[in-house]
Unconditional design. Structure first.
Length: 165
């Protein structure tokens, strides 16, 4: 088994969509970034790559590469899953925490879990997404940005044939 941790931050700005866990969330601010700036999915990808010691998303999907301008982070997550399978790993579970003062995310979490379960090819009860505020403190508390943590556990592929593309 292997454990991995990922962390990411994106700045909140006007005139951008707010996309978290592949869900477009109605809000007057959105996250700034080269891709869709889905900070939770970025933390998750870094946790997955970290557990497998396969580098980080900056090396696999450089933010100066026009190919990734406006890219769907769920699509990039699918590519990370391919890399893991090729390296002989499968996901046991993933646990994410979103740090955001606003908006309230509770109602969107079931859809985020469904999105991750679909793209990662695991049951939805292997995926946890939680949200918290930081009580008005720091850059998340003052709504300058949103941060996310992810922790994942990988296992060696039970059926190595699953790793063949
Ligand atoms: Mg990022």
């Amino acid at each position: 088994m292997r454990i991995g941790h990922g962390y990411d931050v994106h700045r909140l700005v006007s005139s951008r969509k707010l996309i978290l866990g592949g869900v477009e969330i109605p809000h007057y601010l959105g996250l700034l970034g080269h891709s869709d700036a889905d900070v939770v999915t970025h933390a998750l990808m870094d946790a997955l790559l970290g557990a497998a010691a396969l580098g980080d998303i900056g090396t696999h999907f450089p933010d100066n590469d026009p190919a990734y301008a406006g890219a769907s982070s769920l699509t990039l997550l699918g590519r990370v899953m391919e890399l893991l399978r090729q390296a002989g790993w499968q996901v046991e579970n993933a646990d994410m925490t979103i740090l955001a003062q606003q908006p309230k995310l509770k109602g969107h979490i079931p859809q985020m879990r469904q999105n991750y379960a679909r793209v990662m090819g695991v049951p939805v009860d292997c995926i946890s997404v939680k949200a918290t505020t930081e009580e008005g403190l720091g850059f998340t508390g003052t709504e300058q940005g949103i941060a996310a943590h992810a922790v994942v556990l990988l296992q060696t592929l039970k059926n190595p044939a699953d790793g063949e593309i």
